[in-house]
Ligand binder design. Structure first.
Ligand code: TGC
Ligand code: FAD
Length: 392
């Protein structure tokens, strides 16, 4: 099996990878196995994230991986996807940390920021020394961000920000929050991105407690009460909902690969368990019903890998569409969640303890199913593509 996909590479996708891509997969897998998996149970139980890993993630080029310049590694998109897959093989919280940092906080600065903003924030963020978060969702506006209430009012050379953002990953540890707000500056109201820095008076981040999913990830509520954000902190090169949605394309792409990593972990755990667990005098893997479940998990895993690689190739040619990304996010998360449920069943009572990774992945995937566009929203994006009719 070597460093291949643990015996799941039925269609020899590895033949299409470069040595460099396989090397990245091996080194991220090693990091996850040696430095993350030994501590994930403790973090999942405590509801904490090992933020101290951030500089290591930076050193390994896992933050803002597919961005060029400003200290970012500038890898191709297949390499970026492979890394996300390996991170989420560890835990969705670990991939989330890197997705939010790279795709949702660094990408908007990189794509829409001024030269000064890029030079000021990106090198530290790529190194894992400056943490970012992304504030789009609000208490009353999740799937429909166009209805957001957060407002920025121009006042001299500042904008005064008021509003609340909810469910913000990395919110309590972030040094800089990319906050999307409406402003009527210069005529019609439009959405702009604001770089809100930790410590700005009126800005508060409160941790959300009581999560049963994605426990090894920090999630916050951000509130803004007359926060004076310098005009120099407004992202100058984008206006409208297209801005945050372009960031989501980057992150959803990573999630499509990441969910396949969680899927892979569940497959591996279920197959190993079924071979070693003896009932009625034989391994449970010898029962036809167990084999049917393993084959169901495996089939969707193999298909998801094909989707990811082709999508990555198209992204490297800059020919991907957001409909393809919705397809991949929607499909791969759903099949990973179904696989996790089947794997949990194969593990019997052991399937409900966090001594095995399966139930942790299963409950995590419930969040992944909802964030970055719920399953239903991606269904409607695809439905619109097929019919030409928007059913939002
Ligand atoms: P609509 O009128 O369709 O579009 C508004 C403008 O945006 C353009 N557009 C896109 N551009 C780039 N990428 C996309 N995917 C785009 N989708 C639409 C569109 O062409 C239009 O441009 P323009 O220039 O004509 O103005 O907008 P709508 O209000 O009808 O909404 C569309 C909808 C529902 C698909 C969208 O709002 C949506 O995707 N909603 C889901 C919200 C969401 O995904 N939130 C995620 C928050 S972040 C998060 O969850 C992080 S989890 C982090 C972790 O990994 O831990
Ligand atoms: P709602 O939009 O209220 O949806 C509730 C239900 O109604 C869903 O089943 C949905 O599919 C359905 N629904 C809604 N509209 C329609 C429709 N038109 N047709 C059919 N069904 C519909 N957001 C950020 O901005 N930044 C983050 O870092 C971030 N991190 C997150 C981390 C976690 C752990 C979680 C759980 C969420 C995070 N989110 C973040 C928020 C996430 O993006 C939202 O939860 C998501 O977009 C859905 O919004 P909502 O929860 O308000 O659900």
């Amino acid at each position: 099996m070597g460093d291949s996909l643990l015996g799941t590479d039925l269609f020899r996708l590895d033949d299409l990878l470069t040595d460099e891509q396989k090397l990245v997969r091996r080194s991220v897998r090693k990091l996850v196995d040696e430095e993350f998996l030994p501590v994930v149970q403790q973090h999942f139980r405590a509801g904490t994230f090992p933020t101290e890993l951030a500089p290591k993630l930076g050193e390994m080029g896992l933050l803002g991986m597919n961005l060029q310049g400003y200290g970012c590694p500038g890898t191709d998109n297949v390499t970026y996807g492979i890394a996300m897959q390996e991170l989420e093989r560890g835990d969705s919280g670990l991939r989330s940390f890197c997705s939010v940092q790279g795709a949702l906080a660094m990408y908007p600065i990189w794509a829409f920021g001024s030269e000064e903003q890029k030079e000021r924030f990106l090198p530290g963020m790529a190194a894992g020394k400056v943490i970012g978060c992304f504030g789009l969702t609000e208490p009353d506006h999740g799937s429909d961000p166009a209805g957001m209430k957060t407002r920025a009012r121009k006042d001299g050379d500042h904008y005064v920000l008021n509003g609340t953002k909810l469910w913000i990953t990395n919110g309590t540890t972030a040094d800089v929050a990319v906050v999307w707000a409406k402003t009527d500056d210069g005529g019609a109201e439009s959405v702009r991105g604001y770089l809100v820095e930790k410590g700005m008076p009126g800005f508060e981040a409160r941790e959300i407690h009581g999560k049963v999913s994605l426990r090894a990830s920090l999630t916050a509520e951000l509130s803004f009460h007359d926060v004076r954000v310098p005009a120099a902190n407004v992202l100058p090169k984008v206006e409208g909902l297209r801005g945050p949605l372009m960031c989501l394309n980057q992150a959803r792409y990573g999630i499509a690969w990441g969910a396949t990593g969680a899927h892979l972990a569940c497959f591996e755990a279920a197959r190993d368990y079924s071979l070693s667990r003896i009932q009625f005098g034989k391994p449970i893997a010898s029962f036809q019903m167990t084999q049917e479940k393993l084959v169901a998990i495996y089939t969707e895993l193999v298909k998801a890998q094909l989707v990811n690689l082709r999508l990555g190739q198209l992204k490297d040619l800059d020919q991907q569409t957001y409909v393809q990304i919705s397809f991949a996010k929607r499909n791969n998360v759903r099949v990973a969640l179904e696989a996790a449920r089947l794997a949990r069943e194969i593990l019997g009572a052991n399937g409900i303890t966090d001594d095995y990774p399966v139930i942790r992945h299963m409950v995590n995937l419930e969040s992944v199913y909802t964030y970055e566009g719920t399953h239903d929203i991606h269904t409607l994006i695809l439905g619109k593509e097929l019919t030409g009719i928007s059913a939002f």
